[in-house]
Design a protein around this ligand. Structure first.
Ligand code: ATP
Ligand code: MG
Length: 448
């Protein structure tokens, strides 16, 4: 423990205990926000199911070696963004996952998941990167990702892109543009790399410090430079696309033809690169101008070399990952936050027998699939009715000792202000459904 912690302990007797705060860059999500997340996740689950992608869950902690090998030593993530530590109990080097493709592939190799043939899977959950927190950039953030494992053809690349385009539509999002590129194969990238390094060396005097370092470690990433002073040089640099052979070009053209057939617009961005050997052929990003600097909402591509790279059999694969916080931010901006479910009923009860009867009333209504918030903590009738109004419920069900004795409840429409009707408990659910126009699940025309 640090000195300041000791200091705090000592001062505890004199002053109030200092309140603890969340770790910087890690967000608490309260119910108003979490309900938006649930609605988002429901849309996402339905969307993925319609393409035959099945959910997969892997641990949040992995051996650090997995990410070093799969993401690469010379990347921002591995160089400076990972939460890594030594588990002192058994001296293992572990990291919180910064992304989940590596874990998905690790698990697939470890359990021979592709034994029966290719698999389509998806995941969602928190990822961890030690970055500078700002809008759209957090230290714990969330991704939804899909991976098509064991598929080699351009059809799956196109499927992944068409899927994303559909999701944007179903989330009500416009202005998300698709940028694609092809990285070709290893030999083509090597040829390009040589041409690129020769070009950059010839212009070494014009390189900024970052780019000079990258020229030696990972020259492709010079093309990634955000420095305006570097842009004209980057524009003039040899393009990977010009080094692609026939097979790579054919793959790229097939992807383009298929997404065009599906009505998905795209731009080719020859500077879209991943500086790692096992990425190949198709790479893509979905970008928007509506989120300021953090404009990429989804990135992905083909990674035919990754399985072998972490010790599996050669296995083609492609996938993408999208940032949940950025998408929800976009939805908010577009006024497309999904409606959250309010309770159907607020249950008001006063009196000793009524309090007991209310338990049965609530359970009867919930059995009929209604969402019921039962007043807790007693209090005056007027105050309970205020809570009922504030709850957003359409209907108040009111129980006093007289109603309890008669096995009845009073039902009040909180919106119309109609006078309340007393009905037998057995008839209450139907009356509430009529007032609130809540459909019965499984029946035609049901709305919930
Ligand atoms: P960026 O260039 O914005 O750092 P990246 O290339 O590091 O993105 P990927 O590793 O491809 O991102 O992750 C896929 C998606 O996850 C990104 O497009 C983005 O939407 C989201 N994402 C990545 N890092 C963060 C973060 N720190 N906070 C919130 N979302 C993130
Ligand atoms: Mg990043």
């Amino acid at each position: 423990m640090t000195q300041s912690a000791t200091g705090r302990n000592e001062s505890r007797t004199e002053s109030k205990v200092e309140a603890l705060r969340a770790v910087r860059g890690m967000n608490d999500i309260f119910p108003d926000e979490a309900e938006v997340w649930l609605a988002f996740e429901a849309i996402v689950r339905d969307w993925l199911a319609r393409y035959g992608y099945r959910n997969m869950r892997t641990p949040l902690l992995e051996h650090t070696a997995l990410f070093r090998r799969s993401i690469g030593e010379v990347t921002d993530i591995v160089e400076k963004e990972m939460y890594s530590f030594t588990d002192a109990l058994n001296d293992e080097h572990l990291s919180l996952r910064p992304e989940a493709t590596a874990s998905t592939v690790r698990a697939s190799v470890e359990h021979n998941f592709l034994y029966g043939g290719p698999q389509r899977v998806w995941y969602t959950g928190p990822m961890f990167r030690h970055e500078k927190p700002q809008r759209g950039r957090y230290r714990q953030f969330h991704q939804v990702g899909a991976e098509a494992l064991g598929f080699a053809g351009p059809d799956v690349d196109a499927e992944l892109l068409v899927m994303c385009a559909r999701l944007w539509r179903e989330l009500g999002l416009q202005d998300i543009r698709l940028q694609i590129n092809s990285l070709g194969n290893l030999a083509e990238r090597r040829a390009h790399r040589e041409a690129l390094v020769a070009f950059l060396r010839a212009h070494a005097a014009d390189l900024d410090a970052d780019s000079q370092r990258r020229l030696e470690t990972n020259p492709l990433r010079v093309l990634d430079s955000k420095n305006p002073a570097m842009q004209s040089l980057v524009e003039a640099a040899p393009r990977l696309l010009d080094h692609l052979g026939d097979d790579s070009l054919r793959h790229f053209e097939a992807v383009r033809a298929m997404i065009t057939e599906a009505g998905v617009a795209y731009e080719i961005n020859p500077r879209l690169v991943r500086g790692l050997d096992y990425y190949n052929l198709t790479v893509f990003e979905w970008v928007t101008d509506r989120l300021g600097a953090q404009g990429t909402v989804c990135g992905g591509g083909r990674y035919d070399g990754l399985f072998e790279h972490i010790g599996g059999k050669p296995t083609p694969a492609a996938g993408f990952a999208m940032g949940v916080e950025r998408l929800i931010d976009l939805m908010r901006g577009a006024g497309r936050l999904p409606a959250v479910r309010l309770p159907d009923v607020y249950l008001v009860h006063m009196g000793e027998r009524a309090d007991r009867f209310a338990i049965r009333v609530g359970e009867t209504l919930r059995e009929a699939r209604l969402a019921v918030v039962s007043h807790a903590g007693g209090g005056r009738f007027r105050d309970q009715m205020k809570k009922a109004d504030a709850s957003g419920a359409r209907v108040a069900v009111i129980v006093g000792d007289d109603e309890a004795d008669a096995g009845q409840v009073s039902v009040k429409d909180l919106r119309s202000g109609e006078p309340q009707a007393a009905v037998p408990l057995e008839a209450a659910a139907l009356l509430i459904r009529t007032i609130a126009r809540v459909g019965v699940p499984g029946e035609q025309g049901a709305t919930d």
